[in-house]
Design a protein. Structure first.
Length: 272
């Protein structure tokens, strides 16, 4: 039985058990250029063009004919029957050998618990010093709401925790991650309107595939958890915030920008 792992970079990793099922996934892929295929007889992911090259038929060379002399003549019907049984025996032996040599043996490993790292575009700031400087420049004291919102926008990584938990099993070729769940612990005291989380699968210190997940109405009085049904194959997996928005304290974070508001002392201020 042929076995493959398939991903097109959008829906995790799928395990298939025939070339026909693999071809169906390839034809329905949203991003053919991102297709990656894992042959269970190999130790690495390959692209679809590489897979097609490997799947091309190989020209057969003529094999030397071995003449066997039987003590008694065999009828044409008997020869056909013997030939058929020989083919069946060879095929059965081949399937047995391939199955036993390519079958992955999984071993239970410790669960993975990972927290999102502080984003590079959110530096640590001395907010009390910043507030004092703003008040000195303006010559007036900031009201309590303005102080609170400014503090939340600039210290949000300390107040919005993103965590990942996963069970995992290892083999001599790869680690698979399952029963994955993502959790967001919002301690700002305000609800977050929405957030987009990026999950990345790493292989040989490089990103092998990426999934994104959207969350809405993230409350401040309970941890939000989302279980994932997909299986992920690689060396490790990680999560980061792509974006967060909270109208309650005029906050819009984006991992793709260095400054949302134009003011580096309050770079994530916005009003929508």
């Amino acid at each position: 039985m042929e076995k493959f792992l398939f991903t097109d970079g959008t829906n995790g990793v799928t395990e298939v058990h025939s070339i026909a099922a693999l071809q169906t996934l390839i034809e329905s892929a949203e991003h053919p250029e991102k297709i990656q295929i894992w042959l269970f007889s190999s130790t690495e992911w390959i692209s679809y063009p590489t897979f097609r090259k490997q799947a091309k038929p190989v020209t057969k060379k003529e094999k030397p004919v071995t003449v066997i002399t039987d003590p008694m003549p065999v009828s044409s019907t008997g020869r056909r029957w013997l030939k058929k049984m020989s083919y069946i025996t060879l095929i059965a032996a081949g399937i047995f050998l391939v199955f036993n040599f390519t079958k992955i043996k999984w071993e239970k490993a410790d669960p993975l618990n990972s927290a999102a790292a502080r984003p590079a575009n959110v530096p640590v700031m001395d907010i009390d010093s910043l507030i004092s400087e703003i008040e000195d420049i303006r010559g007036v004291s900031l009201d309590r709401s303005t102080r609170t919102n400014l503090r939340l926008r600039n210290t949000w990584p300390d107040r919005i925790a993103l965590n990942l938990h996963s069970e995992r099993e290892t083999s001599n070729a790869v680690t698979r991650f399952f029963n994955v769940d993502i959790s967001i612990d919002n301690t700002t005291g305000f609800n977050l309107d929405n957030a987009v989380v990026k999950l990345q699968v790493w292989k040989n210190n490089k990103v092998n595939s990426t999934d994104t997940f959207s969350f809405k109405n993230i409350r401040y009085d309970k941890v939000l958890k989302r279980p994932l049904t997909a299986l992920y194959y690689g060396d490790s997996i990680s999560v980061t915030f792509e974006s967060i928005m909270a109208k309650a304290f005029n906050f819009c974070y984006s991992a793709a920008t260095k400054n949302n508001s134009g003011n580096y002392n309050d770079r994530w201020f916005c009003r929508e």
